[in-house]
Structures are given as C-alpha cells and as structure tokens.
Design a protein around this ligand. Structure first.
Ligand SMILES: *C/C=C(C)/C=C/C=C(C)/C=C/C1=C(C)CCCC1(C)C
Length: 241
C-alpha cells in the first residue's frame, strides 16, 4: 500500500547519472528565472517597448511551464516528451516571429509580414512533428519539408522584406535585428541537428544516434533566453536615446 502511494508520488525519481533529466531540470529553472527577470523589468519601460519585453517574458514563461511537464515526463518514462515539446514550440515560435514584427513596426512593418512568418513556422513545426512522432519511417522527407520552411524564415529576415525594414529603421533596431538573425541562422540550426540524431534517415550513418532532448534543451535555453535578452537590451538602449 505504502509502496503504491510512494511510486505514484508527485515527484518522479531522478538518478544522479540521468544527464538528460538534469538538462530538463536546469531548463525549468532557467526559463523560470528568465521569466521573472523580464516580467519584473516591465515597469522601467515606456509603452512602446513594454509589449516587446512582455512577449520575451511570455516566451520563457510558456517554456517554463512546458519544461515542468517535460521534466516529469522524462523522469517517469525515460522517453522523449515529443508532444509537449511541439506544443511548446507551436506557441513560442510564432511569438518569436511577433518579436521581429514588433521591433520593425517603427519602420512600417505590415501584418502580412507577421502572417507570412507565422505561416512558415507552423509548416516547419507541423511537418517536423509528423516526421518525429507520426510517420517516423519517413522522417527524412518530413524533415526536408520542415527544413525548407525554416529556410524561408531565414531568407525573410536576412534578405527579404524584414531585412529591408530593419535597414530602413537603422540604429539600435538594425543592430538588434542582425543579432536576432544570427540566432535564427545558428541557434535554430541546432534543432534540425537534434532531429537527425533522433530519427532514422540518410544522415544516420554519418551522425549516429544521440539524445534529441539534450540538443533541444540546450537550443531552447540559448534561443529563448538569448533572444529575449536581445529584445531587452534593445529596449534599454532605445529608451536612453
Ligand atoms: C523556442 C523554440 C524554438 C525557437 C524552436 C525552433 C524549432 C526549429 C527551428 C525546428 C526546426 C526543425 C527543422 C528545421 C527540421 C526538422 C524538424 C524541426 C522541427 C526540428
């Protein structure tokens, strides 16, 4: 009786050698701390920048909640929490597109730019989910479609409409936009790498198998918190001028 109660305890056991579980745990704390930081800083900004910093906080907060679920899921089943992972992404990646739109609004960014970027990111994530969770036997095809959508986002911000708006805005906005572009090109590239470690395809003989969750957890910490900090410092700098 006592055993049953204990084994269905609220907190799952974590072994000291469970390094994947460790990255989930650190992920929870980092996302939570970052959210507190962004939310508590809101008062120092005027209306124009408050929304952007608020969105940074929402991104890390949504991730924090998902990390609590994912940490527990991993600890209970020693299995990738793919479903929670993609729910997290489908909520947070569009919010990251919104960040681009919000900072470029002063240069006249239109809603259509936002819709276009959200559209690409939904394609990228839905096809990625199909390859990882629904049709793993054709993971490479789904991964390819997802990768094309990813490059559409990269194109948009580096060379497309978004980059032109950033140049028109100039100053701090242009500088922040450039850093965010690097996040998307380099930081986001960790995700397809993680996907290739966790699925079967032409790349398997080259890369071997690895733990997807470690890759995704590291990428999330870099991209969600780092991205938010770029927005935060843009707001701080712009407020001074
Ligand atoms: C906070 C979460 C972020 C920024 C998640 C980003 C996710 C990606 C850029 C995922 C990309 C993928 C590919 C480009 C191909 C393989 C499938 C995905 C979904 C892992």
């Amino acid at each position: 009786m006592l055993n049953t109660i204990l084994s269905s305890a609220l907190i799952a056991k974590m072994l000291p050698t469970d390094y994947v579980g460790f990255t989930f745990f650190v992920g929870c704390m980092a996302m939570m701390a970052a959210s507190a930081f962004f939310f508590l800083s809101l008062n120092q900004f005027d209306k124009k920048w408050r929304t952007s910093v608020l969105v940074s906080g929402l991104i890390t907060f949504i991730a924090a909640v998902h990390y609590f679920y994912m940490r527990d899921y991993w600890a209970s089943f020693q299995e990738s929490p793919t479903f929670f992972r993609y729910v997290d992404w489908i909520l947070t990646v569009p919010l990251m597109c919104l960040e681009f739109y919000l900072i470029l609004k002063i240069a006249g960014a239109k809603k259509s730019l936002l819709s276009k970027m959200i559209f690409y990111s939904v394609i990228m994530l839905v096809t990625g989910y199909f390859g990882e969770a629904v049709y793993p036997e054709s993971a490479q095809i789904w991964g390819l479609i997802s990768g094309i959508a990813y490059f559409a986002i990269v194109y948009e911000i580096w060379l497309g409409e978004a980059s032109k708006l950033a140049k028109a805005a100039g100053g701090n906005v242009l500088e922040a936009h450039k850093i965010l572009c690097w996040f998307v090109l380099v930081g986001w590239a960790i995700y397809p790498l993680g996907y290739m470690l966790g699925t079967e395809g032409w790349y398997t003989s080259m890369l071997g198998k690895g733990n997807v969750d470690v890759a995704y957890n590291i990428a999330d910490a870099i991209n969600k918190i780092g991205f938010g900090l770029v927005i935060y410092s843009l707001a701080v700098k712009s407020q001074k001028d």
